[in-house]
Design a protein around this ligand. Sequence first.
Ligand SMILES: Nc1ncnc2c1ncn2[C@@H]1O[C@H](COP(=O)(O)OP(=O)(O)OP(=O)(O)O)[C@@H](O)[C@H]1O
Length: 263
Amino acid sequence: MVDHNADLPMIEADRLSKFYGIFAASREISFKVHRGEVVAFLGPNGAGKSTTMKLLTGYLSPSEGVARIAGYNMATQRLQGSSMLGYLPENGPLYPDATPHSLLWFIGEARGMSPAKRTERIDAVVDLCNLHTVLHKPISKLSKGYKQRVGMAQAILHEPEVLILDEPTSGLDPNQIRGVRDMIRRLGQEKTILLSTHIFQEVDALATRAIVINEGRLIYDGSVDGMKQPGETLDDAFYRMTKGVNALTEPASEETVAADQSD
Ligand SMILES: Nc1ncnc2c1ncn2[C@@H]1O[C@H](COP(=O)(O)OP(=O)(O)OP(=O)(O)O)[C@@H](O)[C@H]1O
């Protein structure tokens, strides 16, 4: 039985690790996100953000550690945890042959909603995500922006308290980015949200707290402003913390490499 008190973390990574052979995609990641927080999940390409999000949602099983959503262990109580959770995966919704309407209908059914409730909720998310014009087109034929909106619609269909959003604005045009950001801002007034992004403007606009991972390990968990040293932008702070991993810069000089290895 889960104790639903106000202090219960809505998202909890408890020493989560995922190994592929000897490679650790994430290693002993621990953090808690409390009700009403909007937290940015940052890290260079390949840092382990999507892996950690998949572990938290129960989509992947951890090699070690426990993922909890609203106190439910996602390995042993996944159904209960999933009922509280909406997840936008990195590559948007699957089922390319479905239409947004048939996908939402199917997901509503799978989540145990009555036909009347399904109709009511589909109408609501179609309005919220502005899907009217594409409702009966195959998802495979939709633009990236519309696919992403269908992904958001399926994530919020059952009015979950917790949202895990993996790069919700990636590949969108500036107007679509603004629309998705506005939606996240509105949802953030009521929900607990963990969102990964590479757009620092988005971090400043939406989140008050940031969790940074690099090479599978958690390297920062604190306020967004606390990441920055005096005079630094968020961009500078991220570069310093992750040492320019994956940055498209000139190869480091031997001196720099030697200095890097000494710490
Ligand atoms: N199934 C798998 N088998 C082997 N390695 C994997 C597998 N899935 C992910 N990885 C590796 O784990 C590491 C972390 O990947 P992950 O997708 O979690 O990174 P990410 O931080 O989300 O990156 P991005 O910003 O590019 O989306 C990468 O090096 C990736 O190649």
